[in-house]
Design a binder for this molecule. Structure first.
Ligand code: ADP
Length: 390
């Protein structure tokens, strides 16, 4: 897959809303208020559609043979109105599910809305609450199907969605171009827990593994260790910490590298390994950093093992644990490179946490499409489907 390096372009500045492909069918929904919700173990994610009208300056230049005379320029600027379809995203901690439902009621539900597309465990757990509060019927969609549908969609349609993270390179983010040929790939979704999914085609995928040591573990253990319950604060602490004061490194055991095994002295031999024997207080920063390393390394190694086992060379990471955080992405990338000697590529996604919500949104759009959903499997119009569905 071709890629392009973009200097000075940060991942965070770009993960807001998606501009949907401009297609005939979008006009059918110009004024519709369409949305879907993905309620996981920690966070509630909302994807909603709107059209944005804006002015664009169009420049028309004249034939270069034309002669410029005073007051008669060689180009003409006109301002035109353009309507763009956009998909917006917002997330709430599950504790604030009622606030999320208020947002939906105040901004997204109109008199024509009869159902709400919902995925994730919360579509079951909060069904009654949602139906009572919004006076809508909950239309549940399978979590894995939505996750993969959302992932395939962004990989195919959203420019610069996937990127390689290279901490020490000239450009930290190497964005990939969209490509119709995306299969096979491995998706590691790091939410509260971890799901490992092998994706072979549009509708052929299998959850081949998982782990309970994921984002919920970082959040939970981090809160216990640092008394900080806010996830963003935990990440900030981790950014300032030094893991080597908490972790036992190879050099703490060998006095240097274990060269014959190719293990450098700075490699972590035992996460948190120094804490039992060192007689001092550890800073919140150092503990948060060590924890972030421990979990990211563990997932990196799992990713590499599953990729090898299934002969896959591309691994995408989704889920809100990553949050585009440099330490997390570097640790995962380092771990995969280390164990596979560069044979497996780690790729991150700008809309990492919203894949399920995007998939559920697409499901709803498919069903409302004037052409109706395609029930043939494999869908012969898959490429067209995503465009036609809106
Ligand atoms: P789930 O669907 O299980 O809720 P997500 O993909 O939404 O999974 O990821 C949830 C994880 O994301 C949390 O366990 C936590 O590690 C991380 N996270 C990222 N941002 C936040 C936040 N603002 N508040 C809480 N957790 C967050």
């Amino acid at each position: 897959m071709a890629d392009c390096a973009r200097k000075g372009r940060t991942r965070d500045s770009m993960d807001k809303s998606i501009t949907l492909p401009p297609d005939e069918i979008f006009r059918n929904l110009e004024n519709a208020k369409r949305f879907a919700i993905d309620i996981g173990g920690s966070l509630t994610k909302l994807a909603y559609y709107s059209t944005v009208q804006h002015k664009v300056a169009k420049v028309r230049s004249f034939d270069h043979t034309a002669k410029e005379t005073e007051g008669d320029p060689l180009y003409e600027i006109s301002v035109q109105e353009e309507i763009t379809a956009r998909l917006h995203f917002i997330k709430f901690e599950n504790t604030y599910i009622e606030t999320c439902l208020d947002f939906i009621k105040d901004h997204l539900v109109n008199t024509e809305t009869k159902v709400i597309k919902a995925t994730g465990g919360g579509a079951y757990k909060f069904k009654e609450l949602i139906e009572k509060k919004l006076r809508l019927k909950v239309d549940k969609e399978d979590e894995m199907t939505c996750l993969i549908k959302g992932c395939n969609f962004v990989l195919r349609n959203i420019p610069h969605e996937a990127f390689v993270y290279a901490k020490h390179a000239d450009s930290e983010f190497r964005f990939q171009n969209t490509h119709p040929d995306i299969f096979p790939y491995l998706l590691i979704n790091i939410g509260s827990g971890v799901s490992i999914v092998k994706v072979e085609s549009e509708d052929k995928f299998e959850r081949i593994g998982g782990s309970s040591i994921g984002g919920g573990t970082f959040w939970g253990l981090g809160a216990l260790l640092t008394k900080t319950k806010r996830f963003d604060e935990l990440l900030q602490l981790a950014s300032r910490g030094q893991h080597s004061s908490v972790d036992m490194l190879v050099k703490d055991i060998y006095g240097g590298a274990y060269s014959s095994l190719g293990l450098t002295g700075d490699l972590i031999a035992s996460s948190f390994g120094k804490s039992a024997t060192t007689d001092k207080e550890f800073s919140k920063e150092d503990m948060a950093k060590s924890l972030l390393h421990m979990i990211s390394n563990d997932i990196g190694q799992l990713a590499c093992l599953y990729a090898r086992l299934h002969n896959l060379s591309r691994v995408y990471f989704g889920g809100f644990f990553i949050r585009g955080h440099p330490v997390t992405m570097h640790t995962i990338t380092y771990s995969i490179n280390f164990f596979t000697k560069g044979e497996v590529q780690a790729l991150f996604l700008r809309h990492e946490g919203y894949l399920g919500a995007i998939g559920a949104f697409l499901k709803g759009a498919e069903e409302d499409s004037p052409v109706g959903p395609c029930f043939r499997s494999p869908c012969p119009c898959a490429a067209l489907a995503y465009v036609v569905m809106f």
